[in-house]
Design a protein around this ligand. Sequence first.
Ligand code: SAM
Length: 415
Amino acid sequence: MSAETEVKRRIQEKGKITFEEFMSIALYWPQGGYYAGREPVGAVGDYYTSPAVHPAFGALLAVQLYQMWEIMERPSVFTVLELGAGNGLLSRDITGYASHLPGSFARTLRYVCLDRRQVTRLLDSNRVLADAIPFRGLEGCVLSNEYLDAFAVHQVVMDSGVLKEVHVALEDGNLAQVLDEPADAALARRLDFLGITLTEGQTAEINLGLEKWAGDLSGALEHGFTLTVDYGRTAPDLYNPELRRRGTLVTYHQHVQTDAPLRRIGEQDITAQVDFTSAMRLGEDAGLSTLGLVKQSEFLANMGLGHFQRHTRGQDLPPRHMRANLAGLVDLVRPGGLGDFKVLAHGKNVGLPDLWGLEQSTESQRLVESLPAPLLTPEHLWLDQGNPFGGEVEFEAFWPESGPENPGGTESQPN
Ligand SMILES: C[S@@+](CC[C@H](N)C(=O)[O-])C[C@H]1O[C@@H](n2cnc3c(N)ncnc32)[C@H](O)[C@@H]1O
């Protein structure tokens, strides 16, 4: 049964389903859901993510993990659990780069990839198939990149002064969005928790999965850190009615962004920006301490990305390799694109240490200056021609300015 058939079957059974239930089927239904049986990341997919753009992303995360290991006084087993690990490229880059780091860090590193779907394995590390965190007592770091933005979200609208929820129903045999009472009182509670009142006609996405995520994270971690990288904003910015009146939900199909989630069911990605205020505060409520929230561009610069750029320029590389590597490095910090992603760090039973990525430190700069610059491998994207996907769209068109064509102000994030 295809994802679309399942959506229609449930609507016929119940009269209507919430947008969140629709999105969950469209993305994760085992037969023909978007994430079933396809690799969405990369030139032949629908979008790309930082690990695919340049291995410097994984290398600098490895350096950050190394500092965490030092702060924790070098445990003999340092576990990194990566949530939503997808094709495993980030795990390969991190574990590969760890061998350049001092001491016995690489030997103590135990890397576990977790994903809800079976994907092509790039490496023979531990891989867990699960849609929640089935661990306890971890000592190390729980890491994710673009994991929370792949959760199904509820959509609410302020309609004549009353909070309504977007549902999906059938009208003349076609799927249509309709407004009805919120199916879950937790939606209004979340807005109250954030102190947000939507203005008349404003649409907002709410990720109710964040409570469970925060509880699972804290429940799994005994001693250590979390690093959550994703695109999103703090709540006052995310729910600003002047800037994002229509919310931030977008769809991606072959690198083209639209906002028509009821079309191409199972063939396009559906995603919404992450509410980092909830991610921070729900983490705190679950027993984690917030250590900081910075833009990806700041995080990578603080860690020492500039040294990798200089080292790369100083190498004797074929011109195509040089162009591709420098383009990838720039892309990781591009304003309006990956550079505006956020990095959130939490700690548990580690006090409130200064993490290198959250504020510039001479220690990190000195260490990274002494390390080799990682270079693109065949598994990464090669942004050397300015038009990496072979389509008609210019490279720069992936980061258009927010404007009238982009009314949600979602800034055409490269997902
Ligand atoms: C946008 S992709 C990112 C993949 C990878 N982290 C990257 O940066 O390229 C999101 C990934 O999260 C996984 N995912 C989403 N919800 C999940 C859940 N509840 N449990 C485990 N994996 C999940 C999806 O299957 C998908 O592989």
